[in-house]
Ligand binder design. Sequence first.
Ligand code: HEC
Length: 134
Amino acid sequence: MRYFFSTLILFVLFFSVGCISNVEDISDTPDIDPNDISYSADIQPIFTSNCGSCHINSSTSGVNLTSYSTTTNSVGSVAGGPIVVPGEPGNSPLVEKIKPDPSYGSRMPTTGQYLTPTEIAQIEAWITGGAEDN
Ligand code: HEC
């Protein structure tokens, strides 16, 4: 009987650990193939809906996200360089600023909801694929 209960407890522990790691899997950034991303269909609408009052048809801190050319030509006033580095999402201030705890200033957008993990992954995939005008 004692053996039965300790085995039962082990099972319960085992499955709760399984559940905890499942929760982490869900919050992980989804994998998105850069070939499935279009700037005009997927990326620009994210900026237009979320970055509006500050970076659409206007420039804040050097960042203007109105169109493909203004986005890829934006030079962050604080970053001191282009916000999009084609092929290098990890070195692109645009990506750093939409994730938690950026190294300077606030996480974007400063008003409204943060971008979803899928939206962030789409932007990263677009940059990984060379930040093309497609
Ligand atoms: C309500 C206004 C507001 C909104 C909305 C907003 N931003 Fe910003 N953004 C700012 C301000 C103010 C700064 C400068 C301060 C800072 O870095 O926190 C900034 C800075 C930035 C920078 C860094 C520029 C630099 O100086 O290096 C990036 C990149 C950026 N924003 C991207 C975005 C993106 C992408 C969105 C939408 C998802 C967004 N922002 C939404 C106000 C806004």
